[in-house]
Design a binder for this molecule. Structure first.
Ligand SMILES: NC(=O)c1ccc[n+]([C@@H]2O[C@H](COP(=O)([O-])OP(=O)(O)OC[C@H]3O[C@@H](n4cnc5c(N)ncnc54)[C@H](OP(=O)(O)O)[C@@H]3O)[C@@H](O)[C@H]2O)c1
Length: 344
């Protein structure tokens, strides 16, 4: 039987992707949709300005959107996918966990809390067991797992593939798509014919989340990776797909061939939304490109290319679809991991 699932923030950019991914998903069934008070009471078709590249699923279009309150969500819902603005997530997500719901969240609130697992299933699946610590400490009947920021998800799997060489210093410079800011995030007057070399709080997220993801969990505590990470974030006028330029300095010598092999052979998982291969390494020097490569692996693969040895270590480019692998697909994958590990 499919797990009954609710979507918080169902009308937004990530919420719509969640609907698109969950509707055909054999393990989950959409049973509740929430958004702001201005959407509550409307049918999903009326409330959501649907912009995803497939029709609104018929059965979802006629569902009624409710306010984002645990009392509005049926008790037989077992799993909640949250794509709320982080200020709203901080206010309401803990209430869902207290009420017994298991929450797989995109929002940045709480990502760096010691007892909240921040998980990319192919990178650090074992961190999910931090939920035992979380339940002890918070006394929740439910639980909270987070996926990282979309630009963190894009480069961390490539670092995980290179970790065996000893990660010392990482520099990453991003070229991020406008959908990463949500539908109302960046006005067309700001971004057309332009690039904006600032995305509020984004650099800190890449620097801190990457160290948490690549840290060690000993069953009681999580220690963060000691590598130094420096990030520079830029918004550019692409719709979907974050492209990133990365330089990695390692303890051991890292050649282009060894790095390409490590990325190509980095294992995928036996979860429905995990693509195989996880990392697609291009030989062509001008790839990956957002428009051409963001849908690799149904939008769940990481693309890499342009590998070269430089005085600042190994340099390469990587790319991921920010609203699929970087957001909605990431939480669905965490939902699959929660199910596989018996947390639902
Ligand atoms: N876009 C990405 O690529 C991306 C990637 C990773 C993580 N994220 C994170 O995912 C979250 C959602 O991002 P988004 O891009 O989907 O944002 P968005 O398009 O602005 O959508 C926000 C959603 O939250 C709802 N909402 C807003 N205020 C609310 C309130 N006070 N109470 C209840 N619901 C409220 C909105 O409902 P209404 O329609 O009723 O206003 C809408 O459903 C954010 O935390 C973001 O940082 C986004």
């Amino acid at each position: 039987m499919a797990v009954r699932a609710g979507v918080l923030g169902a009308t937004g950019a990530v919420g719509q992707r969640l609907i698109q991914l969950l509707d055909p998903h054999p393990e989950f069934e959409i049973a509740a949709l929430t958004a702001s008070d201005s959407s509550a009471g409307k049918s999903y078709r009326q409330a959501a300005k649907w912009r995803v590249n497939s029709p609104i699923p018929d059965d979802v279009a006629d569902m009624t959107v409710t306010a984002t309150d645990p009392d509005e969500v049926p008790d037989d819902v077992d799993l909640i996918f949250s794509s709320l603005p982080s200020s709203v997530g901080a206010e309401v997500e803990p209430g869902f966990c207290e009420a017994g719901y298991v929450v797989s969240s995109n929002s940045s609130n709480g990502r760096m809390d010691d007892d909240i697992p921040l998980v990319i299933p192919e990178v650090n699946p074992g961190h999910i067991d931090l939920l035992e610590v979380q339940r002890d400490e918070r006394g929740w009947d439910g639980a909270m797992v987070k996926n990282p920021n979309c630009s963190t998800i894009t480069f961390v799997p490539t670092l995980a593939a290179l970790a065996e060489f000893g990660l010392e210093k990482v520099h990453v410079s991003t070229l991020q798509a406008v959908s990463g800011a949500g539908y109302d995030g960046v006005s067309s007057m700001e971004i057309i014919d332009n690039a904006i070399p600032y995305i509020g709080s984004e650099e800190d997220k890449l620097e801190t989340e990457s160290r948490k993801l690549l840290g060690e969990f000993d069953g009681a505590e999580l220690s963060h990776n000691s590598m130094a990470v420096s990030a520079s974030c830029n918004r550019i006028p692409t719709i979907d797909g974050h492209l990133e330029n990365v330089w990695v300095e390692t303890e051991e010598e890292l050649t282009v061939d060894a790095a390409a092999e490590a990325m190509r052979e980095y294992p995928s998982l036996d979860l429905r939304s995990s693509p195989d291969p996880l990392i697609h390494v291009f030989e062509e020097p001008d790839r990956p490109q957002p428009r051409m490569d963001r849908t690799l692996g149904d939008g769940m693969a990481i693309a890499a290319g342009g590998l070269q040895e430089t005085p600042f270590g190994l340099q390469y480019n990587c790319l991921a679809h920010n609203t699929i692998r970087g957001a909605a697909g990431a939480s669905v994958l965490n939902g699959e991991l929660l199910l596989e590990q018996g947390y639902i």
